[in-house]
Design a protein around this ligand. Structure first.
Ligand code: ZN
Length: 504
């Protein structure tokens, strides 16, 4: 069951109240709040000495603080926003985290209806529609729980109403819900144990999404991929009992403003053992998340199908398991990609770039996209560089770099550029083939050399950016609204990119 977010009901009933307040709101004992905010709170704080309540727990409205109090039988949770005196994008992240804290508090109350009081959009420098959409999405993100394999499957799914909202806000709430629900769908796919999430199951899921939201679904089987010359993809897929597949989801815009589509390409390694270059077991735990790029593309396509932007979008996801077996590729093997490049496999654990290479060739050959963005849990190197708070962004296109970086801050899912510089190119030279799938340790910089590998499969002049989400896909510490498992990283970035592409 999913939460529901709506406009304020005329009944003015609430099982609990969540209010995000600044230091000045608290110091004035809420008297400085906007009228609608104060009048909405009035029935719940009637007869209460608010100043004394705050003072008792030393709540001053600072960032990270919260104050819970039961008044007239109704739980009130106040969360602090500080002064909201930072940059707009930082203020917004402060609000997200504060609401995450408040949401987690309220879980214990099991209240059916929550009244939500958030500040006016001004300190966040967002149009009201965008603000309401982003807060709605955040509430959905905060509500995510993965309970499939728990005996107790009870989840909390309250109805949350925006204080001071009206019918005008409904489309924003709807868009925010579309985005949040799709993100949680992707997180469920990522969190599902790998014995329950292999290529066929993912393909079936994509088919369901296509059917429900009106996308075109096609699948290329492992054998068809081999016949089409996808030797890199095939070399990984053939190692598993579960056959690999390449799923394509297509959104066709009616009367698209631009003829060429946008292509989103997502890595879908349902489990990565490393193959014959077997990972040590302490590095293997969590490798179910290696399909999070593909899950992000599924979710983005689900959202795009509902938001109906005026540009066509193709989502391509190569899906495999990377397993050691008698059929698995060996180190020293040489395989041929769809564009004829010979690749020496120096490390079978660098399989993500192999499956992506053929997917990238295919999408260019068949769909002639205006721009390609690929998204992949590609390298431990990227995770080591950025940790959990930024995804790596690699592109030679300065406009794309600028735009995607800005979008990351705007949606609250940050990306940061790494240099795609020729100096690193010798790192993937091979003595027997055209290139090697493994970057030389002399050059280190594994995230960059992986991107340079992918670049060999991008046609000259084609706009392309690569997102490495290996550090941001799951288990993010200290972010109140993200929980313990998958994050759905990249989805908001891809969707916002598509929306802005249309606007240009
Ligand atoms: Zn690997």
């Amino acid at each position: 069951m999913s939460i529901s977010v709506s406009i304020e009901s005329s009944k003015k009933t609430a099982g609990a109240v969540l209010a995000a307040v600044t230091i000045s709101d608290v110091s004035s004992s809420l008297r400085s709040l906007p009228d609608f905010f104060a009048s909405a709170l009035a029935p719940y704080i009637k007869g209460i000495d608010v100043a004394a309540v705050f003072k008792a727990v030393n709540f001053t409205g600072k960032v990270g603080q919260s104050c819970a109090h039961v008044a007239n039988g109704i739980p009130l949770v106040f969360v602090g926003l500080g002064d909201l005196d930072k940059k707009a994008v930082e203020n917004m992240e402060t609000l997200r985290r504060a609401l995450g804290t408040g949401y987690n508090y309220l879980k214990a109350t099991d209240a059916k209806e929550i009244m939500l009081c958030v500040p006016e959009p001004k300190p966040f420098d967002l149009a009201r529609e965008v603000y309401v959409e982003q807060v709605t999405t955040l509430l959905h993100i905060a509500s995510y729980q993965y309970v499939e394999f728990k005996k107790d499957k009870k989840t909390w799914s309250p109805k949350i109403s925006f204080v001071g909202s009206d019918k005008k806000n409904l489309p924003s709430i709807e868009n925010g819900t579309i985005i949040g629900e799709a993100m949680n769908m992707a997180r469920t796919l990522s969190d599902t144990p790998p014995n329950h999430m292999y290529p066929q199951i993912m393909a079936d899921k994509a088919k369901q999404i296509a059917k429900k939201y009106g996308l075109t679904y096609t699948v290329i089987s492992q054998e068809e991929a081999r016949e089409m010359g996808m030797g890199c993809f095939y070399s990984v897929a053939k190692g598993s009992e579960h056959e690999g597949k390449i799923v394509v989801l297509e959104y066709k815009a009616a009367n698209a403003a631009k003829k060429q589509p946008i292509a989103l390409v997502g890595k879908g390694v349902c489990f990565d053992t490393g193959g014959i270059s077997l990972k040590p077991s302490n590095y293997m735990t969590g490798m179910k998340y290696d399909m999070s790029g593909a899950a992000a593309v599924f979710a983005s396509m689900q959202i795009i199908a509902q938001l109906k932007p005026n540009v066509s979008v193709i989502g391509v996801t190569p899906l495999v398991e990377n397993m050691p077996s008698g059929h698995a590729s060996k180190q020293d093997d040489v395989v041929i990609a769809m564009n004829g490049i010979n690749v020496e496999i120096e490390n079978t654990d660098a399989e993500g770039r192999l499956i992506l290479s053929d997917a990238l060739c295919h999408v260019q050959k068949k769909y002639d996209p205006a721009v390609i963005i690929d998204i992949a849990t590609l390298t431990g190197s990227c995770a080591a560089t950025f940790g959990p708070f930024f995804a790596g962004l690699m592109t030679r296109d300065e406009d794309l770099a600028k735009e995607l970086t800005e979008i990351g801050f705007f949606v609250g899912d940050k990306v940061w550029p790494l240099p795609l510089s020729d100096e690193y190119k010798p790192a993937i030279e091979s003595s027997v083939a055209d290139i090697s799938n493994s970057g030389s340790q002399t050059y280190k910089a594994g995230a960059i050399t992986a991107a340079l590998f992918l670049e060999h499969f991008i046609e000259k002049g084609r706009r392309w950016a690569h997102l490495d989400i290996a550090g941001t896909d799951s288990k993010i510490p200290g972010t109140t609204y993200l929980g313990k498992g998958a994050t759905g990283t990249g989805i908001r970035v891809l969707v916002e990119f598509v929306r802005r592409f249309v606007a240009k």
